[in-house]
Design a protein around this ligand. Structure first.
Ligand SMILES: *[C@@H]1O[C@H](CO)[C@@H](O)[C@H](O)[C@H]1NC(C)=O
Ligand SMILES: *[C@@H]1O[C@H](CO)[C@@H](O)[C@H](O)[C@H]1NC(C)=O
Ligand SMILES: *[C@@H]1O[C@H](CO)[C@@H](O)[C@H](O)[C@H]1NC(C)=O
Ligand SMILES: *[C@@H]1O[C@H](CO)[C@@H](O)[C@H](O)[C@H]1NC(C)=O
Ligand SMILES: *[C@@H]1O[C@H](CO)[C@@H](O)[C@H](O)[C@H]1NC(C)=O
Ligand SMILES: *[C@@H]1O[C@H](CO)[C@@H](O)[C@H](O)[C@H]1NC(C)=O
Length: 523
């Protein structure tokens, strides 16, 4: 409805961000970025103890960051951050986090006790700092995201940014010039990739941050990350899972049959007759399943993922049994939903071939180097250092993703982008895991929070394929939640297993801050 009121504005916006699909991704055949959810928050804050008024939360501060930590002669760039000291009292901790792979300006809610980060600050009388990761938003060493500039986007430079900030910053709050890590306990927090950073930093720079909080932290880099969808398969409603497997098998059968009329009919039934490459067509079906990643205990039964399952499993007002309705009904029902309802949500005004096709090397997805393009910067990180191709289960195993979707070789979007990036044909995950210890991390005072139904769990310390012990200095607490479900304070009110994670986090952080005070007192 809004759209028809502002047709002129909308067309201008559309022309500017030419091939951008509605959810902000570069492309419907690239995995969505695992972004911490955010909500608007009031910008007016007063100090909890003194009642003094403070600058609005959305006040942006700038830090002079080194472009290259291995070569300071390249100079500095302005790195953005935001902060909140409404709970701060002298002696309290400095809690720092980055939302990682996104423009950080909308994450100010995490400064407040609307999130577990702010709850910790409130309990421990700490200050919170929201820090924009280099090459995201408007924290860029150079004015573009060309390959020459992106050379300075590495996990190590990001780690060095965090450490250099903590060690040299004069925070814009009363007493903020006297809180470097010698004087105050610093805590690094985050979720998903940014949740892995506390783990990586504790391994790489053990003396800077006293404690860490790693939510759904993808500590282990993995190229062929088929476990992602396998975990969706196992936790989604059984009838829906059974039917999705049947449909995907049907696609594989038809698409490898050589029967052109059958192939065309199937593409057309899903609204994808203009998409020429069959792996793109089959790959696009992942979108309904990627919606699982957006679930949280706070999302209701009407969320997009469940709308999709209802479209397949509710027939004449009746739910399918656990075995589903079978391939015939499911192929038609999914096609109708995909073509008539979902395509518009997925592609918006972008034409279907551009939205879903990955083979056009001159498409803007590969050539646009403007800054504030989180998807491009994130793709650079995964192409070079982390992998995480979300593809079919190994042949012969149950799979909700087509066998046409295999890592690297047929993941055209990434291989083309990786090619444009001139990065190695396969991300060097071995180097990443050696440098930052992946699943084998063993450090002091690092809290891991995971969710049973998180599709990323296979890359966390709660992976099924790898057992990591929970210890008092490195506790691992798992809820029934999804991806970083416990970050929002309100999630604890609707799910007691999330509440448990939050309560334990608060308790461990309190113990660790006491430890700091005891050591300081003994000095
Ligand atoms: C901060 O938010 C207020 C509204 O709460 C808005 O008026 C103001 O322009 C914002 N300031 C910045 C720097 O974004
Ligand atoms: C932040 O939120 C505002 C309001 O919803 C939106 O207009 C803006 O595009 C968002 N910024 C980013 C970088 O997502
Ligand atoms: C946040 O702080 C306010 C004010 O002290 C308090 O009323 C509220 O319960 C707190 N929320 C949480 C989740 O702790
Ligand atoms: C090709 O598929 C069409 C439509 O499904 C079917 O009618 C036809 O029999 C098939 N042709 C062959 C040679 O299998
Ligand atoms: C079957 O599908 C319906 C509709 O999506 C869902 O509510 C129900 O939980 C599913 N039942 C099983 C056993 O998977
Ligand atoms: C490839 O993308 C370019 C740039 O957007 C466009 O001009 C061209 O028509 C596209 N080619 C095809 C075959 O779609």
């Amino acid at each position: 409805m809004m759209l028809s009121v502002f047709p002129v504005l909308l067309s201008l916006v559309t022309a500017y961000v030419s091939a951008r699909i509605p959810d902000g991704r570069l492309h419907a055949n690239m995995p969505p970025m695992p972004l911490m959810p955010f909500e608007p928050v009031s910008n007016s804050v007063t100090h909890a103890k003194t009642g003094a008024s403070m600058p609005p939360l959305n006040t942006t501060y700038y830090f002079d960051q080194l472009v290259d930590h291995t070569n300071p002669s390249l100079g500095t760039f302005k790195q953005r951050y935001w902060m909140d000291w409404e709970y701060y009292e002298p002696g309290g901790p400095i809690l720092m986090f980055t939302p990682g792979e996104n423009n950080a300006e909308n994450y100010t809610m995490y400064l407040t006790n609307g999130s577990i980060f702010g709850m910790i600050a409130q309990q421990e009388k700490g200050a919170t700092v929201l820090f924009e990761h280099r090459f995201f938003g408007f924290s860029n060493p150079y004015p573009d995201l060309s390959v020459a500039s992106l050379k300075y986007l590495t996990i190590q430079q990001a780690i060095d940014d965090l450490a250099y900030f903590a060690e040299t910053v004069k925070l814009p709050m009363p007493g903020g010039d006297n809180v470097i890590p010698d004087k105050a306990p610093w805590v690094l927090l985050g979720g998903s990739y940014s949740g892995a950073l506390p783990s990586f930093v504790k391994v790489n720079k053990p003396d800077v941050f006293w404690a860490g909080y790693a939510s759904s932290a993808v500590v282990q880099s993995i190229v062929d990350f088929w476990e992602y969808f396998d975990s969706v398969r196992r936790f989604m409603p059984q009838n829906c899972s059974a039917d999705v497997q049947a449909v995907v098998q049907h696609f594989d059968q038809v698409f490898t049959s050589g029967n052109q009329s059958a192939i065309t009919a199937l593409k057309d039934a899903y609204g994808m007759k203009d998409v020429s490459h069959l792996d793109d067509v089959a790959g696009a079906l992942r979108n309904n399943l990627w919606d699982w990643q957006k679930l949280s205990p706070l999302s209701g039964p009407g969320s997009l993922f469940f709308q999709f399952c209802d479209a397949l499993e509710v027939k004449d007002g009746k739910n399918a049994p656990a075995s589903g309705w079978g391939v015939e009904h499911a192929v038609n029902a999914w096609g109708t939903y995909f073509k008539n309802t979902y395509m518009n949500l997925l592609c918006g005004d972008v034409d279907v071939a551009t939205c879903i096709g990955t083979y056009n090397a001159s498409a803007s997805v590969y050539t646009d180097t403007a800054v504030n393009n989180a998807a491009r910067s994130w793709q650079w990180i995964v192409c070079n250092e982390m992998g995480f191709f979300q593809d079919a289960a190994p042949a012969g195993m149950p799979s909700i993703v087509s066998q046409l979707i295999q890592p690297v070789a047929s993941d055209m979007a990434c291989s083309l982008l990786c090619h444009a990036f001139a990065s190695p044909p396969v991300p060097n995950v071995q180097k990443t895991n050696e440098a930052y210890h992946g699943w084998d991390v063993k450090v002091d005072r690092l809290f891991f929070a995971n969710g049973k139904r998180d599709p990323w769990r296979g890359a966390t310390v709660s992976a099924d394929s790898h057992t990591v012990a929970s210890t008092p200095s490195q506790p691992i607490v798992v809820s029934d939640g999804f991806h970083f479900s416990e970050l929002r304070a309100a999630a604890g009110d609707v799910d007691p297993t999330i509440k448990n994670v939050q309560t334990q986090a608060l308790s461990y952080m309190h113990t660790w801050m006491e430890e700091w005070r005891n050591i300081q007192g003994g000095k």
